[in-house]
Design a protein around this ligand. Structure first.
Ligand code: MF3
Ligand code: CO
Ligand code: CO
Length: 268
């Protein structure tokens, strides 16, 4: 999300946590479903339509991106998912572009079920990709997990951000600054902002019952980004490749619960 001013961080009750668990699992299920369709020749619009129908018809849920963010002169997001290909950093709008072998694409799914949001994204490699593209996707995945692993009550947000940034920069890549993770619940984007860079020992201290996303955007080149005239699509200024993974998490009394694990990673 775009950075906003920080105010109030909500603590979810056990009942709210249960509903977040359901929404998170549904969002992950959409990514599990779409994986086999992400292949050369498919358009991002076709991916959007498959996800939209799955969310609405099979899940009885709502695709949160559709018409999101209008008002105040802003253009509402016109589709149900985000598809961000190659040098697109985030918020790519599905369209008639056909994926081809060698592309990397982030598919970002947010569903609303029973009033609560689940938000998760993964990178998909289309056919055979360059070693550089594979490595970028792997490092972005590892960076997200470095951040998640740091989470427990008392962790400061600067600690979380630092753990992500350290991993990315040690590989010679850069972390996008203008977009960040976010608190999530009844509201899609709520406090706090989760920066993917930072200074250890600074910032808000985490507490059990907080729910937020960890979603680092990692560029192969420089960190700078620009917004396209469509009002949504964010690209790297230097046109280098960019990769992102996202989970929604809950801070527990002893650590962290990841609410958007795919079926292959769920034990229960
Ligand atoms: N899912 C994105 C996030 O992780 C937000 C997309 S907003 C949209 O925060 F309007 F572009 F869909
Ligand atoms: Co998010
Ligand atoms: Co998302």
């Amino acid at each position: 999300m775009l950075m906003a001013r920080q105010t109030h961080v909500s603590i979810k009750t056990p009942e709210e946590q249960a509903r977040m668990r359901v929404a998170g699992r549904l969002a992950a299920d959409v990514l599990d479903m779409i994986g086999e369709h992400v292949r050369p020749g498919v358009t991002t619009d076709e991916l959007n339509d498959l996800c939209h129908r799955h969310i609405v018809e099979a899940q009885g849920a709502i695709p949160a991106p559709l018409n999101y963010g209008g008002g105040g002169g802003r253009i509402p997001f016109p589709k149900s998912i985000c598809t961000s290909v190659n040098h697109v950093v985030c918020h790519g709008i599905p369209g008639d572009r056909r994926l081809k072998a060698g592309d990397i694409v982030n598919v970002d799914i947010t569903v609303i079920k029973d009033g609560f949001h689940g938000d998760t994204s993964r990178m998909f490699l289309v056919g055979k990709c360059s070693l550089q593209a594979e490595r970028l996707c792997r490092v972005a995945f590892e960076a997200m997990w470095e951040g998640i692993r740091s989470i427990r009550p008392g962790t400061r947000l600067g600690d979380l951000g630092h753990s992500v940034q350290r991993h990315v920069e040690a590989q010679g890549y850069s972390v996008v600054r203008e977009y960040c993770g976010h608190g999530i619940g009844r509201v899609f984007h709520e406090d706090p902002q989760i920066l993917h860079y930072g200074e250890p020992g600074t910032g808000l201290a985490l507490e059990a019952g907080m729910t937020f996303t960890v979603e680092p955007m990692v560029n192969a080149g420089r960190r700078h980004v620009k917004l396209l005239p469509d009002g949504w699509t964010v690209v790297t200024k230097d046109h280098s490749l960019s990769a992102q993974w996202e989970h929604t998490v809950l801070v527990t009394p002893t650590g962290v619960e990841v609410l958007t694990l795919g079926a292959a990673d769920r034990t229960a």
